[in-house]
Design a protein around this ligand. Sequence first.
Ligand SMILES: NC(=O)c1ccc[n+]([C@@H]2O[C@H](COP(=O)([O-])OP(=O)(O)OC[C@H]3O[C@@H](n4cnc5c(N)ncnc54)[C@H](OP(=O)(O)O)[C@@H]3O)[C@@H](O)[C@H]2O)c1
Length: 336
Amino acid sequence: MKRYAFASFGLEHLRLVDAPVPEPGPGDVRIDTRALSLNYRDLLVIGGGYNPRLRLPATPLSDAAGVVSAIGDGVTDVAVGDRVMTHFIADWQSGPYDGRYLATTLGTPGPGVAAEAVCVPAHATVPIPDGLDFAAAATLPIAALTAWSALVTEGALSAGETVLTLGTGGVSIFALQLGASLGARVIVTSSSDEKLARCRALGAAETVNYRTTPRWETAVLDVTGGEGAHVVVENGGVGTLTQSLRAVRAGGVVAMLGALTGLEGTVDIAPILMKRVRVAGILVDSRAHFLDLLAHLARHPIEPVISDRFAFDDVPAALERQRAGNHFGKIVIDVA
Ligand SMILES: NC(=O)c1ccc[n+]([C@@H]2O[C@H](COP(=O)([O-])OP(=O)(O)OC[C@H]3O[C@@H](n4cnc5c(N)ncnc54)[C@H](OP(=O)(O)O)[C@@H]3O)[C@@H](O)[C@H]2O)c1
């Protein structure tokens, strides 16, 4: 079978290699992958920014959907032939987050899924609901669950409340769709008017171009009667956090999940104090909350927005597309 591996950091070092079909150890299952999806994290992992001490060679990517083709000893709740998708933080099954879970994330340090077959712990899989195809299922494990974590787990969003989400990448478009399905009023920012028009078609109530309106937080305050949003989906990091804190309402939640503009810098924390803002750190979510998300989607179906689809041989080109940032929603790899 084929899998991707990089022996040195950098996308230029990513190679498609021959590898033996992996055999599942005790408690593991083998998934024959049918679709994968990309996340911004994959670029950081391959580039060495995520974990410079990562043991190489490594196989990247975390989101997969496929069919179970073998099970290891002791596996009772997953069977050969099951259609499954991956659960990113393998050992975070339910309850509060524990720092030890970080060592169990897929796509390093856990197994990477950019392969025709991969073995993962049985508890790092979730059944694919009937009616969802592999490509759609592959978009959910990180991006949709992270948006759910921001809006519901941490944001406790109610119908009629306002969500602000930054940009039009994978997480943000799920935040738009899930926010609308929860009955919230959604505001989206983007660098592109064309993308903002697509957001309005998906249900965004308000849109702001952050290039042509650099003080976009003022625009958010304007359209919320000066109050601000109940929940901000903070994808940007240090370059957007000060503005997000100004755009959230008193007592609101800034769901801090991304660092597209960087990790370190100066932030004005005054609004956190004066407005009693809660800044909630997000790391995807537990498997139990993944099941809650799927239950919500069963009642309120949404069609994941797939920006581009690439063949398995073209994973490097797909990652270049992700890096360019011109996509809208998710990028999917079809595995033949
Ligand atoms: N903590 C977690 O659990 C978690 C989970 C998933 C992702 N993340 C993080 O969340 C971020 C987004 O991930 P993703 O996979 O959705 O990325 P993505 O699909 O690559 O999103 C890229 C988009 O972000 C937007 N963007 C870039 N700079 C921006 C800025 N200064 N202000 C507003 N929007 C900006 C752009 O939208 P426009 O083209 O519309 O301008 C760009 O197309 C990344 O930092 C990622 O590492 C964290």
